[in-house]
Design a protein. Structure first.
Lengths: 428, 417
């Protein structure tokens, strides 16, 4: 039976090559564009190494604070200070891990004796960073809590930086300088894509060894962000409860000096975090979803109307065949199901072409459409199939194919099933 | 002839309804995209009010105690003196025209401060961007006075005691005042910072970014006292002379350790404003690209839809076309007839499409620009552009089937009759 549908689909394509080619091209084009849009979203939200835990972590990129003397509505919004990190995030007991890190990578001047210095993006992080993120160490290991607490100048560098500095990746223990401070390499990791914008850098150092821990104002604000990793998605409410209690406690202390925290529903899951890029805005994830849904609908409905018209035309040519089948006892539901499945075969083939084209396009020209986070990178780096393709991507592609088929073959197949047998057989 | 054509379109109502629905949806979406691109391109073409060509951001920091080069007994005022020396040395470099420092000051910067300024019963509204700067800030970004003051004159005015400058549109939204000239010399309370400043000049509105219209970009700038540069300011910007950009970053970085390592101060990197601008606006650029891709997708859909439908239609109508030709219709008559079918369907749906466009405007789902969602000239222009584009795509889509219909040989096609 399954082979029969494929044969029918193939016969239908061969019978009307131009209209069929146009149908397949239209479907492939629609799925291509929809998949590019899906990838643009997924690249920001779906897990990929080293941000493999995006599906359960909670992000606090920024904090917001007001002072009683500033007047109503005046707030200050930005990254967090180390005091807030210590009082809230490092006090948490419920999560599997927490990390604090520089809100953005910064450019540092790197050098080894006898070679010209060069700039690279570095990020101050804590020891928890290595538990929350999923880096692949090819040499050495991450720095420890003791190293972090003591502010030991150790660095984890990526393999490209290792090669640039030392001509090799087997460099654990080698020394170089970052912004005139001598550092020792403790580990080398595989390069990461700059699309992983909460973890991306070319080297990572304990932020207690830089100025980041001291960069603070009004006691609570500074240059750090934090991520909480709950043990599972089910643990998120408990983590939020603990977070709220700790922030309330800190808020009570802050009130003494006239400060008041504005929580803005933080911390956010990855989707909300991505939809809330500005520190002074509360999240509006529904607006983002509605925009995406509208785009998907337009991208589906326009080609669906198109394809529907062509399916209708194709079925006009098969009136006699449908008439004969009805005369021999085929039920209307049989006709509808057969046309629907036959069309679905064509839609899925075209959809797979569209999906393949979208992946090829994204691999070749992804730098133009996928955007790295705030930093100095001009275009996306490290794009590969692991980042672009997830089984959910395939699932979305198939769902969109099904919807497209439902929209484009639904009404024509209903009409075809209503054909009057006598008229169809006499060619009226 | 025309009546017959309409009758024929009516006879094929089932497939024409599909075409009509498709054209209607595409018309509305195409208008929406045209309207969005129209406002985006108009905004891009507005005067920016500043110039970042040949400008560079120099990132600097103080050494910490982990560095063997760290000098422990440097006081805050020593560090400030070192920073002034750094600015002075940069200014003396032959390729550099001028140097300025600031806090949340430079253009295409995601980090901002705001305030609101009030004098008598007048006060600013919305987000009045506040730039805390050193005097040469207007020179670096070539900001010009609303009364024709040069950047140099604005820099001099900024040096005066308690001086501040404001964008000429600061009171436009609230009081519909186009200029701030009447307020020059007046004292303003700077509410967010609790001091009182004197307005020395208004400057031509400096937009927030290339994609932000002037109406959303109100700003002011005030002077940071020289003794507080190291504490209060964190940005260092330079303008390079017009013909001296070549290898500027490489050359400056080469000298960073020898000429610009002053006390505990060092330069960590230099970034051109071309790159900063690109990075800051890539969301908007991608948004525009997406709209263009959307328009291309819809256009291709119309093309494919009409190509497929009319290809099938001409094939079904071979006999009819052959009879027409046998009765004296020329090749161009046949061509015109096939093309007219598509264009008539577009004409029929156009009033409904315009009504839907108007509904989108009425419910303010389109772009706000020049203080309104609806401007008659913009609305008409976008409707006409979207319509013309669709008519062209219809023409291209039907061209191939129409050409095929034109070539039908009557004798051969009617052989079976």
């Amino acid at each position: 039976m399954k082979t029969n549908y494929i044969k029918l689909a193939w016969a239908s394509i061969r019978q009307q090559p131009v209209v069929s080619t146009v149908s397949i091209a239209g479907t492939a084009l629609a799925i291509f564009l929809i998949m590019i849009m899906v990838m643009m979203t997924e690249i920001k939200t779906a897990p990929f190494a080293p941000e493999s835990n995006r599906d359960r972590w909670l992000v606090q990129k920024f904090a917001s604070i007001a002072h009683k003397d500033w007047g109503e509505g005046n707030t200050s919004n930005g990254a967090l200070g180390f005091n807030t990190i210590k009082a809230v995030f490092y006090e948490m007991k419920t999560p599997e891990a927490v990390t604090a890190m520089d809100a953005w990578p910064m450019v540092a001047s790197l050098s080894v004796p006898g070679q010209p210095a060069f700039g690279a993006e570095y990020r101050g992080v804590d020891n928890g960073f290595w538990d929350v993120m999923d880096f692949t160490f090819i040499n050495g290991k991450p720095f420890t809590k003791a190293d972090f607490d003591a502010g030991i100048p150790l660095a984890v560098i990526n393999e490209s930086t290792a090669r640039k500095l030392f001509g090799s990746t087997d460099v654990e223990g080698r020394e170089f300088s970052i912004n005139h401070v001598p550092y020792k390499v403790c580990g080398v990791v595989k390069d990461v894509s700059n699309l992983a914008n909460l973890s991306y850098a070319e080297l990572w150092v304990p932020f207690t060894s830089t100025n980041s821990a001291n960069r603070t104002w009004c006691t609570y604000m500074g240059g750090l962000s934090a991520i909480i990793l709950p043990k599972s998605v089910d643990d998120i409410p408990a983590v939020r409860e603990e977070y709220k209690q700790l922030f309330d406690k800190l808020g009570d202390e802050a009130k003494i000096d006239g400060w008041e925290f504005i929580l803005r529903d933080r911390p956010y899951n990855q989707e909300v975090h991505v939809a809330t890029p500005w520190a002074n805005m509360s999240p509006d994830v529904n607006k983002d979803r509605l925009e995406r849904l509208t785009i998907y609908l337009i991208l589906l409905i326009v080609p669906a109307v198109n394809l529907s018209s062509m399916t209708h035309s194709r079925l006009q040519r098969r009136r006699e065949e449908i008439g004969v089948r009805r005369a021999f006892g085929a039920r209307r539901t049989d006709i509808i199901t057969d046309i629907f499945i036959e069309n679905l075969v064509i839609t899925i083939v075209a959809g797979l072409i569209g999906l393949a084209l979208s992946l090829i396009f994204a691999l070749l020209w992804g730098g133009l459409i996928f955007q790295p986070g705030y930093g100095v990178s001009l275009s996306a780096s490290g794009l590969n199939l692991g980042i672009l393709f997830h089984w959910s991507t395939f699932g979305w592609a198939m769902l969109f194919c099904f919807l497209l088929n439902l929209l484009s073959a639904g009404i024509p197949s209903l009409n075809a099933s209503r054909i009057n047998i006598v008229n169809a057989l006499t060619g009226k | 002839m025309k009546r017959k054509l309409l009758k024929q379109i009516g006879n094929e109502w089932r497939s024409n309804v599909w075409l009509g629905v498709e054209l209607l949806i595409v018309s509305v979406v195409m208008w929406f995209i045209t309207d969005n691109l129209y406002t985006a391109i108009s905004t891009l073409n507005e005067p920016r009010g500043f110039n970042t060509d040949h400008c560079y951001l120099i990132k600097y920091a103080l050494l910490n105690e982990q560095s063997p080069e760290f000098i422990p007994d440097k006081s805050n005022s020593d560090n400030n003196a070192d920073f002034l020396t750094l600015m002075d040395r940069l200014e003396k470099r032959p390729e550099i025209e001028c140097v300025a420092a600031g806090q949340n000051s430079y253009f295409y910067n995601g980090s901002n401060s705001n305030t609101y300024m009030a004098t008598d019963t007048f006060s600013s509204s919305g987000y009045l961007l506040r730039r805390l700067v050193s005097p040469d800030f207007p020179r670096v970004f070539r900001i010009r006075g609303a009364n024709g003051e040069t950047p140099e004159q604005l820099s001099e005015l900024l040096k005066e005691p308690r001086a501040f400058l404001i964008s000429d549109n600061a009171f436009k939204e609230k009081y519909n005042l186009d200029h701030m000239g009447a307020f020059i010399g007046k004292e303003f309370s700077n509410h967010a910072y609790g001091d009182t400043l004197v307005l020395k000049a208004a400057y031509e509105t400096a937009r927030y970014s290339d994609f932000q219209a002037a109406e959303w970009s109100t700003s002011m700038m005030s002077l940071c006292p020289e003794g507080h540069y190291i504490d209060a300011l964190n940005e260092l910007m330079v303008r390079v002379r017009d013909n001296m950009d070549t290898d500027f970053i490489e050359n400056l970085m080469k000298d960073a350790d020898s000429h610009f390592r002053i006390g505990n101060l060092y330069i960590s990197s230099v970034q051109s404003f071309d790159d900063i601008r690109y990075i800051h606006q890539r969301d908007n650029v991608t948004g525009m690209r997406t709209f263009f891709a959307g328009a291309a997708f819809l256009a291709l859909n119309i093309f494919l839809g009409l190509l497929g439908t009319f290809w099938f239609r001409t094939r079904m109508r071979i006999s009819e076309i052959a009879i027409r030709k046998a009765n004296g219709a020329t090749r161009s008559d046949i061509f015109r007839r096939v093309i007219s079918e598509g264009e008539i369907i577009l004409l029929v749906i156009t009033p409904l499409a315009i009504f839907l466009d108007w509904l989108i405007v009425h419910f303010e789902f389109n772009t706000y620009y020049h203080g309104a969602y609806f401007e008659p000239s913009r609305f008409i222009a976008c409707v006409v552009i979207a319509w013309a584009f669709m008519a062209l795509m219809i023409l291209l889509g039907i061209l191939l089937p129409a050409n095929r219909a034109m070539k039908i040989a009557p004798a051969k096609s009617l052989m079976g009759e």
